[in-house]
Every structure is written in C-alpha cells, then in structure tokens.
Design a protein around this ligand. Structure first.
Ligand code: PMV
Length: 363
C-alpha cells in the first residue's frame, strides 16, 4: 500500500457526536528500531512482542463543531485531570496525520487517557498511548466511512500511530509484529506494522516479560534525539544491515522454538542498541550499574540452571526478562531472591505476550 491509499475519498456520513474507547498495549522489541529517515520511516525493520498488561486506555469524545475552524480543537485529560503539558505532543501528532484524516478539524475532541503502569516507572507510554489514540481516531473514521475492512482499519491505525511514535506502529496487533520493509518477509512495510505472517512456535504465544524497574526517572535522552544521532553515526550502515539480518535469523527461530538462538539474537540486539548510544556523538550511557549487575546475574543463573531466561533493554536502564511460561515459578523465585535488590524500591512488573489492542464497549 502507498500512503495515498490512506487518504479517504468522497461520501462521508454525517456523525454529530459520540465517544469511543480503546485499550492498546505496549510492546518490547526483539530486533530494535534505532535510526529513522524523514516522516518516521525506519532505517531498519524491527520486530516486537506485543505485551498484555502494560497498556493505555483512551477515550475519544467527539462532537461536530457548528462551524469548521482552522485549528484543532481538543482538551486532554490524564487520569481524570486536565493536562496542558501533554497537549503539544498531541497537537504535533494531529498536524502529522491531518492529511490522512481531513475530518479532524470538523470536530471538538476530549481525550481521556490512563495507563495500567505507573507514570513514573521508566516505561515509555508513547507506544501504548499513541496507538490507543490512533485507534480511537480510526474508530471515528469507520463511522464516517462505513464498511471499512478490518485489515485496512488495522493498517491505517498502525500507520497513524507510527506518525506519533515509531514503535507505536507495532502495538495494534499481536503476538509478534514486524514494522519496516524486509525483502524476505512478505507484506512488510515501512509505513505500518504487520503481524508476523508466519506460524510461530507455541512457546512464544504466552512468553513472559518481567520488567525490572531499575530507574523510574524520566528518560535522560528522548528517543527522537537518539534516533537522530544515527545520522552520520560511524557504524550506522553496518548496524542497519545487522538488524535486517537478525530479523531474518529470528524467523526460523520463532517457528522452531530454538531458544538458544533466540537468546543469542535478543541479547545481542539489546547490547547493540546501547552500543550505538555509547558510540554516537554526543555519546551517552543509559544503563545504570544495577542494569549490569542484573545482566551478570542472568548469565550466571542461565549457566547454572540451563533455564533459557534472557534480557532485553529499551532506551533506558530497566531490564526486561524474557522466558517461557513453563519456567515462571523458578524465574520469579530467582527474581525475588537475586534481582529485586537492584530494582528501585524493589519494584518490577510481570507481563506476558498479548494479542493486541481491544475496543472497550462504552455501553
Ligand atoms: O518509538 P520511539 O521513537 O520512542 O523509539 C523507540 C525505540 C526503542 O524502543 C529503543 C526500540 C524499539 O524498537 O522499540
């Protein structure tokens, strides 16, 4: 599909007012997206597990203006309180998607959002938040243009979410979503995420992700600054090639359940992401001493027990522990005995692979 196909045609219904609610999850990348071109086009393809518990719930209330105006008209509430400081990000998002959603200025909006995870947990809410808002907007669009196919709905929701935050494009569906064109994976696109179009091994369908909250502070380096540092980065081209190759290597692994190879690819991706940050200009380190303590403990535990628990990292200090559901009891024991000491206030979040966003019936 091209972006032109996301511009609606003629024949819009008249919808006066209403509200829609969507719940959309966060995701954790196995092959990382780090570096982008103009208009949120990724420099390399990425793949992620969709999560289940870490999610945003967003309600969009809309009412038609008596007279269309030149401005977007919206207010934003987070957990019931009006938040002016969130507005510029949403304003920018609406500006970016306007060409594809020309009806936006016809309405006055109230956006209400909340997250299932604490705001100050170091867990980025951009993927879940932006995808939930994109889904609400698509729900309005589906009312305006009835008869929309579900495939189109999901693709365009992902397309819009991407314009808000790249990784948000991977939060619409589950359990595994690829975003970014890869010649060996059919239907992939730089414009939106698609469900991995292959069979996956049972073991990955309820894979566990326990997020160890090492540092709950605000991100020290925003991801847009981070992505930009890949322009002119001495290792950029090699990194983008490596990500494509790692994605290709991961496909048979996801099918066969070869966990040794899974661990090798996933941990290497996490460390490479941080290696890119450490070798950019300016350089920075987002890991904390406790991040490294945890990684070393995981390696020692895996060596000792043979349990295939591994880690991955986002652009921050928190550690995601990935492991099969069958090993949950033992791994949780390990976390409590050996890793909790490295978490801020002993906090961690237990999540697992999920199936994507859901519409909530407002009754
Ligand atoms: O979606 P953004 O622009 O916040 O970028 C997120 C990038 C990483 O989380 C570090 C990696 C990824 O692929 O999710």
């Amino acid at each position: 599909m091209t972006q032109q196909e996301f511009i609606p045609g003629q024949g819009m219904e008249n919808i006066e007012s209403g509200d829609v609610t969507w719940q959309s999850p966060s995701n954790i990348a196995l092959v990382k997206y780090w570096g982008k071109k103009e208009n949120q086009i990724p420099a390399n393809p990425s793949i992620s597990f969709t999560l289940d518990h870490c999610k945003s719930t967003t309600t969009l209330k809309f009412s038609k203006k008596t007279k269309a105006s030149e401005d977007f008209d919206f207010s934003f509430y987070f957990k019931g309180s009006k938040k002016e400081d969130f507005k510029p990000k949403i304003q920018k998002f609406l500006e970016r998607i306007e060409a594809y959603c020309p009806y936006l200025k016809d309405y006055e909006f109230e956006i209400h959002s909340e997250n299932s995870f604490p705001h100050s947990s170091g867990i980025a809410s951009s993927a879940s938040g932006m995808s939930a808002l994109a889904l609400c907007i698509m729900d309005l669009e589906r009312k305006l243009y009835p008869g929309m196919e579900e495939g189109f709905f999901n693709r365009k929701a992902s397309f819009l979410a991407r314009l808000g935050s790249g990784s948000a494009s991977r939060s619409i569906e589950g359990p595994l979503v690829v975003w970014g064109e890869h010649t060996e994976i059919k239907e992939t696109s730089d414009l939106y995420g698609v469900r991995l179009p292959y069979q996956i091994h049972e073991i990955f369908k309820d894979y566990r992700d326990t997020i160890l909250l090492v540092d709950k502070g605000e991100k020290k380096v925003s991801s847009s600054v981070g992505h930009n540092l890949m322009h002119g980065h001495p290792f950029a081209e090699k990194r983008f090639e490596q990500a494509s190759r790692n994605l290709e290597r991961l496909i048979p692994v996801l099918r066969s359940g070869n966990l040794e190879e899974f661990v090798r690819i996933v941990e290497s991706e996490a460390l490479t992401l941080h290696a890119m940050m450490m070798s950019s200009e300016p350089y920075f380190i987002l890991m904390k001493p406790n991040t490294l303590e945890i990684i070393n403990k995981i390696w020692a535990y895996r060596e000792l027990t043979g349990i295939p628990v591994c880690f991955t990292l986002d652009a921050g200090a928190n550690v995601h522990l990935l492991y099969p559901a069958a090993d949950e009891t033992k791994v949780l024991e390990f976390i409590k005995n050996e890793l909790v000491a490295y978490c801020e206030n002993g906090h961690y979040i237990c999540d697992l692979v999920g199936s994507g966003a859901k519409k909530i019936d407002n009754g």
